[in-house]
Design a protein around this ligand. Structure first.
Ligand SMILES: [Fe+2]
Length: 237
């Protein structure tokens, strides 16, 4: 079964996903906008590829929530107008594990969604983080979100660089076959091309009111540097 009729609002209106999206919006609006952008591009990708509903759904949830761990980092770090220094980079690379821990603690999202959150910065040749996983150890859904995330980041205006046109971003991704799944990049290019020629993409995401619950706030304690989780995951060197 293709998924041509999945209304993305079904996902964005899920109360749990809404709470996480609300947390991102209240933490740093650019993080929220990027997450919506990735969610929309992943949705269009799954529709264009005719993926089954069961395959598409976790990819879309993972696309929306891939950077949820950044809610545990200072907003100033997320909008810094210059390159991050070494200490800041060390903080930034914690966000996939933070995000996976948040969703695991909630106990609602499936393993494929959590794998996307945890591994969206892994690269095919093992040069990514946090675990340096090679291609054979990541699911295709992880590689799809990795490509869509990179594409969206390049085509959004960033504090230190203007937005790139779609074609330039695709060319960059094609030039990095050791890091990004070339088949996924080609499929993404096909979707963008079809979209330019009138193919109907997903309906616009529905923006819902921010609703950050105490439950979400409570989870944040897990990620304090003195928490048991943090100490177990990042033991002192
Ligand atoms: Fe990320």
């Amino acid at each position: 079964m293709g998924n041509g009729n999945i209304p993305i609002a079904l996902i964005t209106r899920d109360p749990r996903t809404q709470r996480w999206m609300g947390l991102m919006r209240s933490h740093e609006p650019g993080l929220y906008q990027h997450s919506l952008h990735v969610g929309k591009v992943v949705t269009d990708y799954t529709r264009f590829c005719g993926l089954a509903f069961e395959t598409a759904w976790p990819m879309i949830e993972g696309g929306l929530l891939h950077d949820i761990g950044k809610t545990q980092l200072p907003p100033a770090l997320l909008v810094k107008p210059r390159a991050l220094n070494e200490a800041e980079q060390r903080m930034m690379i914690l966000h996939p594990a933070f995000g996976a821990a948040l969703l695991e603690a909630e106990g609602f999202y499936t393993k494929p969604v959590i794998a996307i959150v945890k591994s969206h910065h892994e690269r095919l040749d093992g040069s990514g983080y946090p675990n340096g996983l090679h291609q054979s150890r990541t699911a295709k859904s992880v590689r799809v979100v990795a490509v869509c995330d990179a594409f969206c980041a390049m085509t959004e205006s960033r504090p230190y660089e203007n937005a790139w046109p779609n074609e330039r971003a695709l060319e960059r991704l094609r030039s990095m076959p050791a890091q990004y799944d070339g088949a996924v990049v080609d499929e993404l290019g096909g979707m963008l091309d079809a979209r330019e020629h009138g193919w109907q993409s997903a309906e616009p995401m529905v923006e819902e009111p921010v609703d950050v619950t105490s439950k979400v706030k409570r989870h944040r304690g897990l990620l304090h540097p003195r928490s048991a989780f943090f100490k177990a995951t990042y033991p002192p060197q």
